[in-house]
Design a protein around this ligand. Structure first.
Ligand SMILES: Nc1ncnc2c1ncn2[C@@H]1O[C@H](COP(=O)(O)OP(=O)(O)OP(=O)(O)O)[C@@H](O)[C@H]1O
Ligand SMILES: [Mg+2]
Length: 255
């Protein structure tokens, strides 16, 4: 790790934040394991409501594992630390309770259910309370999904599938959206389309953590950046600071 890039925490409260300064979402010194493998090694960060955070770092840095820990999947297992969302203790929840509390993880592999139409995929996302957006609102926001509502979802283009998984998250009571590599495997022209979806999520004021290999694309949208290396946070600051710091971009982000 480059010394000058030791974890840097922005002093004071970001502009426009409430006077109390209590973050909407907080990860405090989390440690998680796949079996005996110690993977997330003391990660901490705070996010204010409505912020978009780019969680970046090289392959194997621990980005997916951090998202999975936040979403409280069984693996990796959280053994130490706290995770708070709007006053709720996620660290003492299992994944279904975390989902109920408003954490929606969109994994890299998207997990669209084969054999089901677009609409059936949406219906399935609302089998458990609490519900989020009504379908009418979803279809108004994503007219392309309305057109394809009767189509088998796995036969749609990658960008449309990405739209569907974001729509599925909106159909739940969404407080924190976790996007793992939404641009993965998509052609550059399609990436622009997904960028519009994520920018839309930002306009809606939904607090989002986006993990991306395409760091530049993520930083363009993000307010804040967190860089992981060797499964620990090595930088926290504004997205602008990262884009302006050639050494940081080169060392950790291959841009
Ligand atoms: N199921 C697993 N069992 C054991 N080790 C795992 C498992 N999944 C990931 N790891 C290890 O945990 C470390 C972090 O992996 P993780 O997938 O979180 O990284 P990442 O930053 O998301 O990487 P990438 O950019 O490749 O997606 C890696 O060393 C990886 O080999
Ligand atoms: Mg990953």
């Amino acid at each position: 790790m480059i010394n000058s890039m030791a974890t840097h925490v922005v002093a004071g409260e970001p502009e426009g934040q409430p006077a109390t300064g209590i973050p909407f979402f907080s990860v405090r010194d989390i440690h998680s394991y796949y079996g005996e493998s110690y993977i997330v090694q003391g990660v901490s960060f705070d996010i204010f409501e409505g912020e978009i955070v780019a969680l970046l770092g090289r392959n194997g840095a621990g980005k997916t594992s951090t998202l999975r820990t936040i979403a409280r999947t069984d693996s990796p297992e959280l053994k130490r630390g706290e995770i708070w969302l709007a006053g709720q203790e996620l660290h003492s929840m299992r994944s279904h309770d975390a989902a109920r509390a408003g954490v929606q993880l969109v994994p890299e592999e998207r997990r669209i259910i084969p054999g089901l139409t677009v609409e059936e995929n949406l219906i399935l996302s609302q089998v458990a309370e609490p519900k989020g957006w009504e379908f009418a609102r979803i279809y108004e926001y994503f007219p392309r999904l309305a057109e394809c509502r009767k189509q088998e979802a796995v036969t749609m283009y990658g960008s449309e599938q990405q739209m569907l998984v974001v729509a599925r998250a909106l159909a739940r009571d969404l407080k924190l959206l976790l996007l793992d590599e939404p641009y993965e495997g998509l052609a550059p022209v399609i990436v622009q389309e997904i960028e519009r979806i994520v920018a839309g999520v930002k306009d809606l004021g939904i607090t989002t953590i986006i993990v991306e290999q395409n760091a530049f694309a993520a930083l363009k949208l993000a307010d804040k950046a967190i860089i992981l290396d060797m499964r620990q946070v090595v930088f926290q600051g504004s997205a602008r600071e990262v884009l302006d710091n050639e050494e940081l971009c080169h060392e950790y982000l291959a841009i």
